[in-house]
Design a protein around this ligand. Structure first.
Ligand code: SAH
Length: 196
């Protein structure tokens, strides 16, 4: 099959929390991603003041970068430690509040109001809770999703975007028989079948 031995692999939420606790976060980059800079015009498409979604956001520095350009950023991340590190590393004051629709979930929002990070599983979100987005930056997100959850993830993402939205998706090309992932190998044929 196209993903060979990775097909059955599952990384649990507990394991992700553990990675954050022990600092096993090689996926986090201090520098803004070169592909976002390269394709920024595609994401924005001449528009300003967009609502941009960061699925599985970690503490991605690109959230600050887009907010500083005047866009409104919403992220979702299961690790509260990651969310708090994001705000503290950028010296951004924030407040936190429970998300009434999702038991146990919290929303952390910059005092300026332009960055809102939901601390919960992405599968708990819906457009009735977070609204719809004009743009998506999907880096380390689809490729971090367990292969068995991809269809659910893609359907959710499709339900969270406006008609005229732009979706930038970064995948990683490698031999899936040599690494167990994440990031998982997601071939282009799979992306086409997931997103159409
Ligand atoms: N996109 C980020 C982080 C990529 S790593 C970046 O570019 O740096 C994937 C992140 O997803 C981890 O921080 C992990 O804690 C988080 N995560 C994993 N499963 C999740 C889920 N179901 N819902 C929300 N976040 C999740």
């Amino acid at each position: 099959s196209d993903i060979g031995s990775q097909k059955e692999r599952v990384v649990t939420e507990e394991e992700w929390l553990q990675k954050w606790e022990v600092g096993n976060i090689g996926f986090h980059k201090e520098q803004g991603h070169p592909l976002l800079q390269k394709y920024l015009d595609v994401l924005l498409n001449g528009r300003s003041g967009l609502r941009i979604f960061f699925p599985l956001c970690g503490k991605a520095v690109e959230m600050k970068w887009l907010a500083d350009m005047g866009h409104s950023v919403v992220g979702v991340e299961v690790s509260e430690q990651a969310v708090k590190e994001f705000f503290s590393e950028h010296s951004l004051p924030y407040c936190e509040e429970p998300v009434t629709e999702i038991s146990g979930a919290k929303m952390f929002q910059s005092t300026s109001g332009d960055i809102s990070l939901y601390c919960c599983s992405i599968y708990d979100l819906s457009s009735s809770i977070v609204g719809k987005f004009d743009g998506v930056w999907d880096r380390g997100a689809l490729v971090a999703v367990n292969p068995c959850d991809r269809q659910r993830y893609a359907s959710l993402m499709i339900s969270l975007v406006e008609k005229n939205s732009s979706y930038l998706l970064v995948t990683v090309s490698y031999d899936p028989n040599k690494h167990k992932g994440p990031p998982f190998y997601v071939p282009e044929s799979k992306i086409k079948s997931l997103f159409g």
